[in-house]
Design a protein around this ligand. Structure first.
Ligand code: PMP
Ligand code: GLU
Length: 397
């Protein structure tokens, strides 16, 4: 009898991936499911990136690459950091991985050990807490509620710091809330963090380009904390390259070296063809993303208008990423057809069976009063989904 490790047994399955699998299965059974569960752009990878991939194959870039990524790729990322974020990262401060997910895991495994505390402001992206648990760290969740635009302040951060604190992990723009930290808000966090230079911060900025309020702000821009911040980014979201698997970090050299070492044992460098194609994305002017961002913004407005028209639903106004994270706690205790909605998990099950819409429970993101809607779908699909949700919610009494 095979016995799985305690480490594996303590790990939760990714709720985003579980829900998208479930909706795929139901669709295969012939059910008309609308899946708004996975955070994945519904656009195709731009042609110039695909062309660069073909060229890479034709030029036989098909063998092992340096573990942290090809030199020319890391040089193009270094220039991107400077151009878009005003950040100075030399090539040897950059490590390219098999998705930002692996970048985060590399950093956590490099820094966090048994008993170390990692502050994770909730709502958080599903995988942060599980990755910390794999490293045998202790996630310390602090909650930023809907009334605070789901963002924490420096004061709240400082209150959670103990002698065991080793790390802070957060995302801006945030998955699942769509909240974006302003420069002033980041500076407020930086003023606290600079007093604790041993605390490493993972600033996950993978949604940087999907921002409806103008300029993206990076935490590492503040010299006071530059030496303790790891900036995470990748091509999955803005460049619609989820399947290509490439994420990267800009980090203090000691952390980049550590990630290089971890990756050298776990996976080696990511796909050679993906790396060469990513150079084309890094060199492109982000202005080419304008139409996609406009499309996301129109969808955001559509979904928000629909949610505001649903009694009992309280929606925050997201200003980045492609998610809305409405609070639905006013329905808890209500029933329809013998099914009672006790919590956000139940609400997702109810909407899946009654509205045939797949969403993700807020529990997976550390907020049990909310559900996550990914609006990376066409306006037609979103309109249909919102109508179905509205009707299903109206039945609960
Ligand atoms: N961070 C956040 C906040 C995300 O939403 C995702 C989802 N893909 C990732 C990291 C990981 O991205 P990937 O591994 O596709 O680069
Ligand atoms: N990050 C996306 C999401 O939150 C993709 C799924 C995943 O990587 O977990 O839905």
């Amino acid at each position: 009898m095979i016995k799985l490790s305690d480490r594996l047994m303590a790990m939760e399955e990714s709720a985003t991936i579980a829900m998208s699998r479930k909706s795929r299965e139901l669709k295969a059974e012939g059910k008309d499911i609308i899946s708004l569960s996975l955070g994945e752009p519904d656009f195709f990878t731009p042609q110039f990136i695909k062309d660069a991939a073909v060229e890479a194959m034709d030029n036989n870039f098909t063998l092992y690459t340096p573990v942290p990524g090809y030199d020319d790729l890391r040089e193009s990322i270094s220039l991107k950091f400077k151009r878009d974020n005003g950040l100075d990262y030399t090539k040897d401060q950059i490590v390219v991985s098999t998705g930002a997910k692996q970048s985060i895991a590399n950093v956590v495994l490099s820094i966090v050990g048994p008993g170390d505390e990692v502050i994770v402001p909730a709502p958080y992206w599903v995988s942060y807490v599980e990755i910390v648990k794999v490293a045998e760290g202790t996630p310390v969740v602090i909650t930023a509620g809907i009334d605070n635009d789901f963002k924490i302040t420096g004061k709240e951060l400082e209150a959670a710091i103990t002698p065991k604190t080793k790390m802070l992990i957060f995302s801006t723009p945030c998955n699942p809330t769509g909240s974006v930290y302003t420069k002033e808000e980041l500076y407020d966090l930086a003023c606290v963090l600079k007093k604790y230079p041993h605390i490493v911060v993972i600033s996950d900025e993978i949604y940087e380009h999907i921002n409806f309020i103008g300029k993206h702000e990076s935490l590492a821009q503040f010299p006071e904390v530059y030496n303790q911040v790891v900036t995470i980014n990748g091509v999955s979201k803005a460049w619609a390259m989820t399947g290509w698997r490439l994420g990267y970090i800009g980090a203090p050299k000691v952390i980049a070296d550590a990630c290089n070492k971890v990756q050298g044992q776990f996976t080696s460098g990511t796909c050679s063809i993906t790396q060469k194609a990513t150079i084309a994305a890094m060199k492109a002017d982000p202005i080419v993303l304008k139409d996609m961002i406009t499309a996301f913004n129109n969808r955001r407005k559509l979904v928000l208008a629909a949610l505001n028209d649903m009694p009992g639903v309280k929606a925050n106004v997201p200003v980045g990423a492609f998610y809305v994270f409405p609070e639905i706690a006013s329905f808890f205790g209500k029933s329809y057809n013998g099914f009672t909605v006790h919590n956000a998990d139940d609400m997702c099950l109810y909407l899946l069976s009654e509205a045939l819409v797949a969403l993700v429970t807020g529990d997976a993101f550390g907020d049990p009063n909310c559900i996550r809607i990914s609006y990376a779908a066409s306006e037609e699909t979103l309109t249909k989904a919102m109508d179905r949700i509205k009707q299903a919610l109206a039945k609960l009494a």
